[in-house]
Design a protein around this ligand. Structure first.
Ligand code: PEP
Ligand code: MN
Length: 267
């Protein structure tokens, strides 16, 4: 169902002002985790001003360690909905289990399926049955064909608003947190009509690499970017080392806009 042979024209996912695909580049930005009302609304106002059309932020966090901060859960979802109320930004947030889909869909516009859950088939099916766009992240050890087959589980339940996300894979390289293969973008564009989003934050694990990888992503035709942004990255409860501060995000957007303009991409 995701194949270009079945549907030659590119799919565009539209949620509020967020437009991803078919010549439009949508930017989703915000903290790794929702931490407080102040942190979230400060970030939301700044990313909106810089040109993002969606606010990301995890309320249910899949942490490597069970002793690490696990997210604010429903309280975090309420803060996201309040930030949307004020700014109009679409809300992107992760759902970790099929039982939570209804709850998360009550507050969110885009359901993020995390890298660790790419092959959680019951979760994929549950997200395929709700009227919310889905951002499906590639598992760090999954092949591109496995990512495409995972997307089929969602599409087959009826939901056609699916975005694929390259967020880096595990390789022998240790200098970056994961290895971010940008060839995924043109490769997927040839294979599928679904839009392709790049996550340079998890893909590199270093804030100083984000701006250049964003510009490169736009240059290879990415349909969207999802970027971690925090007002005080050094104080973040998760992923601070790979989060841009508010000024760095604005600067990154300026650079992306130059590349987008040169290529005739709407941003
Ligand atoms: C995240 O977006 O904060 C996240 C946990 O991403 P991933 O599933 O790609 O690791
Ligand atoms: Mn994160």
């Amino acid at each position: 169902v995701a194949s270009r042979e079945v549907k030659p024209e590119s799919t565009q996912v539209v949620v509020r002002d967020l437009k991803v695909g078919a010549g439009c580049l949508g930017v989703m930005a915000g903290p790794c985790s929702v931490e407080s009302e102040e942190q979230l609304i400060t970030t939301a106002r700044a990313v909106k001003k810089a040109g993002a059309t969606a606010l990301r932020g995890g309320a249910f966090k899949p942490r490597t360690s069970p002793y690490a901060f696990q997210g604010m859960k429903e309280e975090g979802l309420k803060l996201l909905a309040a930030a949307r109320e004020e700014t109009g930004l679409a809300i992107v947030t992760e759902v970790m289990s099929p039982e939570d889909v209804e709850l998360v869909a009550k507050y969110a516009d885009v359901l993020q399926i995390g890298a660790r859950n790419m092959q959680n088939y019951r979760l994929l099916e549950a997200c395929g049955r709700v009227d919310r766009a889905v951002l499906l992240k590639r598992g760090p050890a999954a092949t591109i064909d496995e990512l495409l087959l995972a997307a089929e589980y969602i599409l087959n339940e009826g939901n056609q608003n699916v975005m694929l996300c390259e967020r880096g894979i595990r390789t022998f390289e240790t200098h970056t947190r994961f290895t971010l293969p940008l060839a995924t973008v043109p490769y997927l564009h040839q294979k599928t009509h679904l839009p392709v989003v790049i996550d340079p934050s998890h893909g590199t694990g270093h804030a100083y690499l984000i701006e250049d990888m964003c510009a490169a992503s736009v240059a290879v035709g990415a349909d969207g970017l999802i970027i971690e942004v925090h007002p005080k990255p050094e104080e973040a409860m998760s992923d601070g080392y790979q989060s841009l501060n508010l000024d760095q995000f604005a600067q990154t957007m300026t650079k992306c806009r130059k590349v987008a303009d040169a290529l005739g991409i709407e941003m």
